[in-house]
Write a protein that binds this ligand. Sequence first.
Ligand SMILES: Cc1cc2nc3c(=O)[nH]c(=O)nc-3n(C[C@H](O)[C@H](O)[C@H](O)COP(=O)(O)OP(=O)(O)OC[C@H]3O[C@@H](n4cnc5c(N)ncnc54)[C@H](O)[C@@H]3O)c2cc1C
Length: 357
Amino acid sequence: MQPRFLILGAGITGAALAHRLARNGASVTLVEAGLPASGASGRSFGWVNASFFLSEAHFHLRHAAMAAHRDLAAELKRPWQPEGCIWYQEQGEGFDHTAATLQSMGYPLRLLDRAAITALEPRLADPPDRALFFPGEAARDPAALTEELLAAASAQGAHLLCGLRVTGLTQGDDRITGIRTDAGDIPADHTVLCTGNGTPALLAPLGLSFPMLPRPGALMVTRPLPPLLHHILATPDQEVRQDAEGRLIAPASAHHQADAAETIAAPQALEDATLMRLRHLFPNAFIRPDRLLLADRPVPGDGLPAIGPVLPGLSMAVMHSGATLAPLVADVMALELTGQGSQPPLAPFRPARFFGP
Ligand SMILES: Cc1cc2nc3c(=O)[nH]c(=O)nc-3n(C[C@H](O)[C@H](O)[C@H](O)COP(=O)(O)OP(=O)(O)OC[C@H]3O[C@@H](n4cnc5c(N)ncnc54)[C@H](O)[C@@H]3O)c2cc1C
């Protein structure tokens, strides 16, 4: 008989895993407390990149994930045309160090001078003397991708239960046997937590303390504008991109992937400051805010993803940069969950590092 998988959380991670398992013929039920992408996946900048990384293994995981996005797009019959990123977040020695490090690891990049930056982004005021161009980097809205993956998973027979909060995990003699909800228990051969910031509460009753960092995030979305920006732009104090509808999408903190602030300012102050920075970058554009989206970023205690087995019958996949990583994590984790052995790319990111011997 096919093993029954229960995946908890219908953000980008859960949706990608449900899609991959269902596509491989597994029996899959996905349980979500709210609506799909109602967590971090619905409030993400969606920058698919490996230019930000915390370790060499993290870089390689992210770099492989960029290729997984391309492959997934082909599978979903979607175009994959990375717009690339113009990066000058660091200056001076920091810039040289980033360029040399990424080059030494084989990351595709080009050095741009001021004229080349202006040629790529003619509306950008006051371009810097130099920037790096990462041609393989792309923006992909995780909320839209979540919806697409869920539709494809449903077409493969996966069941999606929304509005059903998981209140606990059920245990047999030697393994996790499923979940508890207000609507009753649901049994499973294997349960996977893709529950982002909801994960510690599900693990605590098992005696497992899973640390997550407080990392509040905010994203400003403007009203649509005429074409203004053709690439992802990462300046020292602002990251921004323009989506297909003409809206500027802009995290309210600079270097948002590395941002370690544990608190954030009031929404109005965040919006005003972000708007001021955007107007400084594009003084000739009539930029008006539409909304500010707030979400805690799901960041495990050491900043790195936590992916893999927890207990017999229970695994987890919790990470920041899920917009980048989810398609690869789903591919590799599906191999492990269907008995195809431990996958080396995941070895440095095992949850066991938090749980001790
Ligand atoms: C402002 C911001 C900017 C970001 N920018 C980027 C970026 O540029 N690039 C990048 O790669 N990443 C970025 N990220 C991070 C990325 O968005 C997340 O890593 C990713 O969305 C995590 O997806 P997930 O599916 O693992 O978690 P989530 O999207 O948080 O989904 C978890 C789901 O689990 C559900 N859930 C939780 N507990 C329970 C329960 N008990 N029962 C049932 N359901 C439950 C929740 O309702 C939620 O829908 C950003 C995040 C934020 C907030």
